[in-house]
Design a protein around this ligand. Structure first.
Ligand code: HEC
Length: 124
């Protein structure tokens, strides 16, 4: 009985894993490779942004975050206009770049740029 449930779960997980890239993909191909939703989960809600902001991330993690922030700025928000989206994402791109370059104020820039509430109010 227990085995059966475990198998069922494994199957579910496998299905979810297979369908994820499909969900994140867009007709434009590359553009939505890093969908906003995924970036939110991995970097904003997840530990990556906090880790980089705290100066505890590796060089690779910092680069990854930078990539994600650039991708985020290029994604289209599902709500709200492009002008406003740019206003929210440009400081994040600048902060990600500062982090890669090892600027001392990168952490503060990241924290300030990751304005969860205001951006969600306009674009989520
Ligand atoms: C630049 C704008 C912006 C900022 C800043 C931002 N978010 Fe988001 N967030 C979004 C948008 C847009 C969505 C909706 C994505 C979608 O559903 O396609 C979203 C969705 C989410 C989701 C739901 C993801 C899901 O699975 O549906 C979570 C969780 C989240 N954000 C957490 C955060 C946290 C925590 C912060 C601050 C540390 C933050 N976000 C900052 C724009 C932003």
């Amino acid at each position: 009985m227990r085995k059966k449930i475990t198998n069922g779960l494994a199957c579910l997980v496998a299905t979810a894993l297979i369908s994820l890239p499909v969900l994140a993909a867009d007709e434009d191909g590359d553009k939505e490779k890093l969908a906003t939703k995924q970036i939110m989960k991995d970097a904003f809600k997840g530990p990556l942004l906090k880790k980089v902001a705290a100066g505890e991330a590796s060089e690779e993690e910092t680069k990854k975050l930078n990539e994600m922030l650039v991708a985020l700025s290029k994604n289209e928000p599902k709500k709200g206009d492009a002008e406003s989206w740019k206003k929210f994402t440009a400081p994040l791109v600048a902060a990600g770049k500062a982090a890669v370059e090892g600027k001392p104020d990168a952490g503060a820039m990241l924290k300030k740029g990751a304005n969860c509430k205001d951006c969600h109010k306009s674009h989520k």
